[in-house]
Design a protein around this ligand. Sequence first.
Ligand code: ADE
Length: 251
Amino acid sequence: MTRNIGILGAMAQEIDEVKALLTEKTVVKIANREFVVGKIGNVRCVVAFSKWGKVAATITATLLIQEFAVTDLIFIGTAGALADGLKVGDIVVSKRLVQHDLDARPIIARFELPLLNRVYVDSDPDLTALAGRAVTNLINKGVESIVGKEAVKEFNLNPTLHFGDIASGDQFINSDEKRNEILSLLPEVMCVEMEGAAVAQVCLEFKVPFTVIRTISDSADHNARVDFGKFIVEVANAYSRAIVGEIMRLM
Ligand code: ADE
């Protein structure tokens, strides 16, 4: 079967950069969303801005699967770091996804997905390994060639690749109290964002392989808002474009 890769991004600017990679483009609009169909290199793709939060991302992921018949789904964006040692510019590729704000106690255990009998959704091992190889290639090439010298200096970028658990919830985490609470309940989680676990649940139910790639933009603490805004404009867009381009080259 010919692959048709769905690519979702959490920020409009990031996904605009990815759209710029597409050739033979057609734009389809559904439910206030723009889906750009085309090719990156020889690979058929559909690229869309997920919009923010679990519900919005669920709608977009479902449309990608139902309306565009994507065979695989890749989510790319930024995240706040929880794990010790993760720094701004590092990249986390998902092992498992969990919703940190899901709590249907006392009916079922905290974080458990209703009627799915699980807390975590595993990302696809092959897609995850491929994303890891793409990120490694870019790190080896030098991040300076992606974002330029000034951004490397400003953000002190020296990226490392990590495979680990990612938690999603409908909250931008920007306090030590909240980040520590998530970490104490879900100690294996490396970073937090607002969409990945929702997309994972959609992909689980539709049996579509997926992976999530997140660049660390902040530490989910009291400085998160400032760090996040600057990082998006100056670094995240270029990272997304380079990572997606490299994944497609390897595919
Ligand atoms: N995405 C990037 N940083 C985040 C944070 N601190 N909380 C939630 N989503 C994020």
